[in-house]
Structure formats: C-alpha cells, structure tokens
Ligand binder design. Structure first.
Ligand code: NDP
Ligand code: 2IT
Length: 453
C-alpha cells in the first residue's frame, strides 16, 4: 500500500497518475474528494518538479490527508414530536498557518466526500487570503427545506452539542455555507455560549450586535465581482453592459448580482434547484429584491410575479448566450455539455462563486480554448477573508466600520489577483488556475516543512 502511495516517478505526468492511484485506494468511493485532489495535483506537479524539496518532503501526500475527521450523531425532535437522527461532521484538514477555518453546510447531499473536497479546497483558499487561517469544513445531511423556525433552532442546538468540544476561537472557527446563514449561526452561537459558558469568537458570520463584522454577509458575492473586475482591468476590459449569467439565488448569488448591477452589467439569470429565472433586459434592483424576499420565505423562483421575466422550469442558465458566467450554486453544476454551450455562444469567462462548480473536463476545455477561468478558491475567497477580519475584531474587542471592511475586502481580492499573476503568468496570458493553486500551496507547504514531520 505504501509503495503505491509514495510515488517514484521521473516526470509530473507519471507522478500524477501514481499519486491518484494511491489516493483513490486510500479514499475509496469519494469522487468529489478525488476530483478536488486531481485538479490540484495536476496543476502544481510541474512546480513541485521545479522545486524538488516539496517532493522529497512528501508535501502533496501529507496535505491530502486531513488532520482528523469528526463525525457525530445529531438527535433532535420535529414539530410533531418525532425523534429524528442526522449525522454531523467536521473535517479539520490543515492548521499549518492558523486555526481550522471553514463553513458548515446543511444539505441532504452532504457526505464525507463532499466535506473532504470542501475542506481540502479551503486550505488553499484561506492561504490565498494572506490571513492566518487553516482549512476545514463541516455540516450535516439535515435538510432545512420546509422546516419551521423552531425545528431549525432545535437542530442547530443538537448539532452544537456534538460540535462544541471540537471548536474554539484559536482551535477551529466554523461559519456558514449552503443552508447555513445568519439565523443558523445565531442558534449555533447561542448554544455554544451556553455549553461552554464563555463568550468568544468561536463562529463567524455572527450578527453585528453580538460580534459580527459589517460586510461579512455580502463579502463572498462582492469579493467575486471585485476579483472579476481585477481580472478584466488587467486586460483593459470592464463589466459595463456585459451580459452575465448568475446561477443560484442564495447568499453568494444575491450579492454577486447586486454588485454586477451596481457595475452596470446586465444580469440575465438567477436560478435555484428547481429552475432558472430569465430576464432578457437584465435584472433590476427591484427584481433582485423580489428574489431575496421569496428565497428568505423558503419559496421557489417559479413564484416570482413579474412581467419582465420568464421562468425556465428544470433548466440551468448555461444555454443562454452571454459574455460571462458566474456559477454561485453548488459543485459540478456546469457539466462538459454546458461548457460547450457556453463556448458555442461566445462566452468569454467563467468566474466561480461556488466551490468546484465546473467539472474537470469542463475546466480543461475552458483552459484549452484560453477562455478566462477564475477558480473558486481565489474568486470566492472574499467570504472567508472577511470571516478572518471578524475573528481579528473579536480578538481585540473592537469593531470596524463598513467602509473600512469593504476597503479591506477590495485590497484582499486585489492581492489574491496579484498572487495569481505572479505564479500563473505565461507571457501576457494569466492562468488563474495555476496561479491560485501554486500561490495557495506554497505558503502552507513551506510552513509544513518548517514544522518537521
Ligand atoms: P445558500 O444556501 O445561500 O444558496 C444556495 C443556492 O444554490 C440556492 O439557490 C440553492 O437552491 C442552490 N443550490 C444548492 N444546492 C443545489 C443543487 N444541488 N442543485 C442546484 N442548485 C442548488 O448557499 P451560499 O450562497 O452560501 O453558497 C453557494 C455556493 O457558494 C456553495 O458552493 C458554497 O460552498 C459557496 N461559497 C459560499 C460562501 C459563503 O460565504 N456563504 C463562501 C464561499 C463559497 P434552493 O434555494 O432551491 O435550495
Ligand atoms: O466556502 C467558504 O469559503 C465558506 N463557506 C466560508 C467559510 C468561512 O469560514 O467564512
């Protein structure tokens, strides 16, 4: 087994093949985790061969093994008095450059493979922010859809009974992700505070009145558009009048759409798990408000009553002709056929608000055709970056103004852009995938090596 895993190979391609064989053997049936590791390995191995100390120190093999995976039972009672059992997880992947940090996802699709891929990606994303945060992810297969507010509260409280002993402001600091927003963070924090009898910043995404940061709610979506603007400005282009496809209608999609509208882009779509809302003339602020209202009431986009839109039942946005695509819903939501359609319609860029929204073959095709591709670990890092700014405010007991946080967010997204340019440039062409992966990897790898084994 060990021989399979530790590769002896004389070039990046052989090493990649051998490495993935070992990884799949050690982590069977975890296809999303394989996908995330495969993407990173392929992209950074040429750099590792140019800098053999990383190969000698077996950093790739070590960084793809989580420090620990915690799984726990969550028993809770629904409104009818039925006892329900779900599974909770926390994957603490790597704390070489700071405490474990990453969101919690509540969605019926959650399993160990999905949380491992998310925790793994988070290591590189958090490193790119240049802030002292390690990588983690957690969540549950609990389905919040259709649940009452009291049921959500009881689930969050039961979940925290399993989680609280594993987290803390200098140990592991969870936040939100799919299905976990400010309401859930408040219930989780309230329970943490009771169980631990202390008030510390052990979670981020908190409400302002009890230690949250201004702009954290908006940060992922806003950061995505700041990063997109950095990329376009680097090429002397801009967003004005550009037709944009946004998928998703949750936290990230809402604030990405808001910022695109503010930059005079024409947002043609938003979507949810049931279908796509298409507005030929471009979303207005009023239409976006209707989307926010319906989604916060737990409704579907099909219920939007507006003469300017068409609802495309069961459809994703990717067949509509546009300049740029912003996937902001979930992993693998852009399949190879979707990429072909985007390219056929002359789409010039894909900017990832979601984590790993494009399948591997789709990324490869975008890269081959030299279409702009901004990977999530760079493009959506604004959320966790402002989480780290929230931690820093909690540590010193002070709060920043909105303006100061927003300026900091813009500076961080610019510095991530500059790191991608530093490590991903080939002449005039910037490979943002390569740049983000190498820049994110290098800092964590150097820290790991300095600690010894
Ligand atoms: P939300 O729960 O607020 O919204 C998720 C949206 O995606 C909803 O519109 C949902 O539709 C849709 N969606 C979820 N799962 C699926 C699916 N399997 N198929 C189709 N549509 C789906 O989550 P966020 O906006 O916070 O997260 C969106 C993405 O951004 C995720 O990939 C997350 O990991 C990533 N991300 C989030 C960050 C954050 O700070 N929140 C930070 C960085 C990345 P419906 O309403 O019908 O369920
Ligand atoms: O994917 C992500 O970066 C998040 N869900 C945010 C994590 C965080 O700790 O703010």
């Amino acid at each position: 087994m060990e021989r399979d895993f530790f590769c002896i190979a004389d070039n990046p391609e052989n090493y990649h093949e051998c490495f993935m064989r070992g990884l799949k053997k050690r982590n069977p049936n975890e296809k999303e985790f394989h996908q995330a590791c495969d993407e990173i390995a392929k992209s950074i191995l040429p750099f590792l061969f140019d800098n053999p100390k990383y190969l000698e120190e077996k950093v790739l093999e070590r960084i793809t093994e989580p420090d620990r995976i915690i799984s726990f039972k969550v028993n809770w009672e629904d409104d009818n008095g039925n006892i329900r059992t779900n599974r909770g997880y926390r994957v603490q992947f790597n704390n070489s450059i700071g405490p474990y940090k990453g969101g919690l996802r509540f969605h019926p699709s959650v399993n160990q493979s999905i949380l491992k891929f998310l925790g793994f990606e988070q290591i590189f994303k958090n490193s790119l922010t240049s802030l002292p945060i390690g990588g983690a992810k957690g969540g549950s297969d609990f389905n919040p859809k259709g649940r009452s507010d009291r049921e959500i509260m009881r689930f969050c409280q039961a979940f925290m009974i399993g989680l609280h002993r594993h987290i803390g402001e200098d140990v592991d600091v969870p936040a939100g992700d799919i299905g976990v927003g400010s309401r859930e963070i408040s219930y989780l924090f309230g329970q943490y505070k009771k169980l631990e009898n202390k008030f510390t910043g052990a979670l981020t995404g908190k409400s302002i009145e009890y230690g949250g940061s201004p702009v954290r709610t908006e940060a992922t979506g806003y950061g995505l558009i700041y990063f997109t603007k950095n990329i376009l400005e680097h090429r002397s282009e801009g967003l004005k009048d550009k037709a944009c496809l946004v998928s998703g209608a949750g936290n990230v999609a809402q604030y990405a759409t808001k910022k695109l509208i503010a930059n005079d882009a024409k947002v043609l779509t938003m979507s949810d798990s049931r279908g796509t809302l298409y507005c030929e003339n471009g979303f207005t602020g009023d239409l976006l408000d209707k989307v926010i209202k319906i989604k916060s009431d737990g409704g579907s986009l099909s219920e939007i009553d507006d003469s300017t839109v068409e609802y495309l039942e069961g459809k994703k946005p990717w067949a509509i002709a546009a300049d740029y695509a912003f996937p902001c819903a979930t992993q693998n939501e852009i399949e190879l056929e979707d990429v072909k359609e985007l390219i056929g319609n002359n789409c010039k860029g894909v900017f990832e608000g979601a984590n790993m929204p494009v399948v591997t073959e789709g990324i490869d095709l975008l890269q081959e055709k030299k279409i702009l591709y901004a990977p999530g670990k760079a493009a959506n890092a604004g959320g966790v970056a402002i989480s780290a700014i929230e931690m820093s405010q909690n540590n010193v007991g002070l709060s920043w103004t909105r303006e100061r946080v927003d300026t900091k967010l813009q500076e961080i997204m610019k510095s991530i852009h500059d790191s991608c340019v530093e490590y991903g440039s080939d002449g005039d062409f910037v490979d943002y995938q390569k740049g983000a992966n190498i820049a994110g990897f290098k800092k964590v790898a150097d820290a790991m090596i300095s600690f010894g084994i």
